[in-house]
Design a protein around this ligand. Structure first.
Ligand SMILES: [Zn+2]
Length: 344
């Protein structure tokens, strides 16, 4: 499916997913330098957190910090020239223009003598970028889509799938790459925790702000490990857009545990994810399903949940991954059973 074939080029979710896939990133002999996707991920986080409220993307300290964090985690080859100014300036030149710059009067005054030189200056320095540019703004249609949690997730998913799981360059399996990226995120969190004083809860809250990319990487790595199947009922459904019916669910919520290790995750279909989060079932230390006694069920076409009581869940394939390495951790399972008062 290409943009040209779509009727009317409607600026909807499908259109922007396509735009995000077709970003023209810098290619060097060391591979792709995906700084425009990283900038977009950063902007999306700030929108999600309410730090960008109107469609004016200013060059703020929060944007720089978020950009640098993502750059270090997702694109660790730091030998690339990777200041925020470069993608901020270049993203406007995309074929499908959705990123625009609002220039100051000084820009129009100075480019009359030498446009190339001025553009080069802006590209290379945040200071010059600020001197010449008020702010960036995106298509209003895109900005509106980014206000919605589900569309935001889909757009982040598109960026992560396209730009941060490519296997050709690195000769790696997609899930292996995600596992690595997830590990980098987790190491970053652990480093930050070490830096913070234990008592400083406010600082923690600030540091562990929402990160859509971190959540998407975690979710995709977890479901990849389970071969996109529900560990409870084995359901596996996907489509050509790579959407699938399972979620990489946290066993102990991230907001409580700050734990994004794969072993704090389990792949569950939407129904069983919801049921797990509500404590309708839990798991024993030997990965057997325990169902709450409080369910009234009718299920004429599929097995009742109750009938799964005592059965084994699906675990990651031991031919691909070391047995036990990515199994749900006993600690996380214990937390879940305690929270929902399951007695063994
Ligand atoms: Zn299921």
């Amino acid at each position: 499916m290409s943009i040209e074939q779509e009727p009317g080029n409607q600026r909807d979710l499908a259109y922007y997913r396509q735009c995000f896939k077709e970003i023209n990133v810098n290619r060097t002999e060391r591979g792709e330098a995906p700084y425009q996707p990283i900038l977009l991920l950063s902007v999306i986080d700030l929108i999600a957190e309410g730090l960008i409220q109107a469609n004016h993307i200013h060059i703020t300290e929060e944007l720089r910090t978020t950009f640098n964090k993502y750059r270090n985690i997702l694109s660790p080859d730091r030998s690339f020239d990777s200041s925020l100014s470069m993608p901020f300036f270049h993203l406007q030149n995309e074929e499908h223009q959705f990123w625009h710059l609002d220039y100051k009067a000084e820009y129009y005054r100075d480019i009359s003598s030498n446009k190339k030189l001025i553009n080069e200056k802006i590209r290379k320095s945040i200071k010059q970028l600020k001197n010449y540019v008020n702010h960036a703004y995106i298509d209003q249609e895109l900005f509106n889509l980014l206000q919605d949690n589900d569309s935001r997730k889909e757009l982040v998913d598109t960026l992560v799938s396209k730009w941060f799981t490519s296997s050709e360059d690195i000769g790696e399996d997609k899930t292996e790459y995600l596992l690595k990226a997830n590990k980098s995120f987790q190491s970053f969190i652990e480093e930050e925790i070490k830096k913070l004083k234990k008592s400083d809860k406010l600082a923690q809250k600030f540091y562990f702000r929402k990160s859509a990319a971190r959540e998407v990487v975690f979710g995709k790595a977890v479901v990849g490990i389970y071969d996109y199947k529900c560990a409870f009922c084995r359901l596996k459904v996907s489509n050509s857009l790579n959407q699938n019916i399972v979620d990489g669910a946290h066993i102990e919520p991230f907001a409580i545990s700050f734990n994004n290790e794969i072993t704090n995750g389990i792949s569950l279909c939407k129904n069983h994810h919801w049921a797990f989060d509500k404590g309708w079932f839990s798991l024993t230390d030997n990965y057997k399903i325990i169902i709450t006694t409080d369910l009234q069920e009718e299920s004429p076409h599929t097995r009742k949940m109750k009938d799964f009581h005592g059965e084994d869940i699906l675990l990651p394939d031991t031919k691909k991954y070391d047995p036990g390495k990515y199994y749900p951790s006993r600690e996380s399972l214990k937390w879940h059973r305690k929270k929902w008062r399951f007695q063994l």
